[in-house]
Design a protein around this ligand. Sequence first.
Ligand code: GLN
Length: 272
Amino acid sequence: MQTADALSRMSGLSRLEARMLLVRVLGRPTEWLLAHGDEPVAPELSEAFLSLAARRRQGEPMAYLVGEREFMGHAFVVTPCVLIPRPETELLVEAAIQAIIDSRSPAILDLGTGSGAVAISLALARPDARVSATDISPDAIAVAQGNARRLGARVQWWQGSWYGALPPESRFDLIVSNPPYVSSGDPHLAQGDLRFEPAMALTDGDDGLSALRQIVSGAGAHLASGGSVWLEHGFDQANAVRSLLVTAGYNHVVTMVDLAGHDRITGGTLSL
Ligand code: GLN
């Protein structure tokens, strides 16, 4: 039988990645593994670990192999049906929280929720809020519902395409979205983690702006007076998104940069 340390060395992975997979397979906390790395691992668990390590060497994202990813301090279950939550998307949540800081029981809508990371983080940050979230993928909705249950968040889920998922008369104080904004020709789609993520969550199959355009054009019919929209977008799409919002009559249109210094989110307020 191999020890955990030997398995880690023979995996061909970094120590950190090997440790994350061992923690998953052994069902023990990291602290336990650090103290018991010299103990033999049962053959079926060794085999399970080595098969995950092989998948990792083929490029499968760690988040899918371990089955979860942390976002806003919460552990979200992720499967290949949903985009892996990104650290830069925390900026979207932070801007959203600021946008409703003075509202009591605000109504919030998250379009294209995926794992539910944004909607659930908002619901946990503002337990008084009424949070709704949509996704076109029933599999994504199932993942998001599971996350809400585990994390104790109250969110109303709607399956369908953008606003088409919602009752037509529904109104919100805040609409947020991290839509697919990678253009169909972007070489990043064929690189790294993105190869394993749902294409539908990454690209609009077009110029990268078509989902953002749809979201902005439909927002007016679903915003309460004085409501705000905050959208995540590509580093080179800030001008385009600002002009969509300005043209649609929004005020206080601003872009914020992520920790890497890239333009990442843009928002505005609609005074009707
Ligand atoms: N930020 C992601 C990436 O390029 C894209 C996510 C999205 O399209 N919403 O890795």
